[in-house]
Design a protein around this ligand. Sequence first.
Ligand code: HEC
Length: 140
Amino acid sequence: MFSNRRFAALAGLAIAMLILADVPSVSSAALSGKDDYMKNCAGCHGADGKGNGPDLYVVPGVAPADLTLLAKRNGGVFPFQQTEDAIDGRKGIPSHKRFDMPFWGVTMQTPGKEFTPESDARVKARIDAIVRYIESIQQR
Ligand code: HEC
């Protein structure tokens, strides 16, 4: 039998592993856009994309956008590039209220490593896949 202390240590280790496993990393670049969305975005934007996820803690009064209305709000055309830039967060910062959502173009880089054209390309591919998923859930 485990002693209580040993059990606590094992439980702590299991929790630490779970937390580590949740950090966005290059290894999850193989995720589909949908999986990536469910893992990193649904908490705020909702599993259905309508902006009603449970993590509405960030800035009181700023609701995460309804991501199913992007095409409708843009005259029926899905704004692919704009959506990609909005998620990346590193372009056009002054014109966007962007302290409410992580800058995913930065968050999805490998922690502690310098950004390179290759790492940027990996992040862009990952964001592209998410944008394609968001495009697939537009309300017509
Ligand atoms: C911590 C909560 C949070 C998470 C997690 C989050 N977002 Fe957001 N997001 C927001 C908020 C809040 C806004 C609205 C910002 C504003 O109005 O300035 C927003 C805005 C956006 C927009 C701009 C929509 C528009 O109106 O043009 C897009 C696109 C978007 N998020 C996509 C994503 C994607 C994709 C992910 C996952 C990679 C994600 N978000 C994760 C909170 C979040």
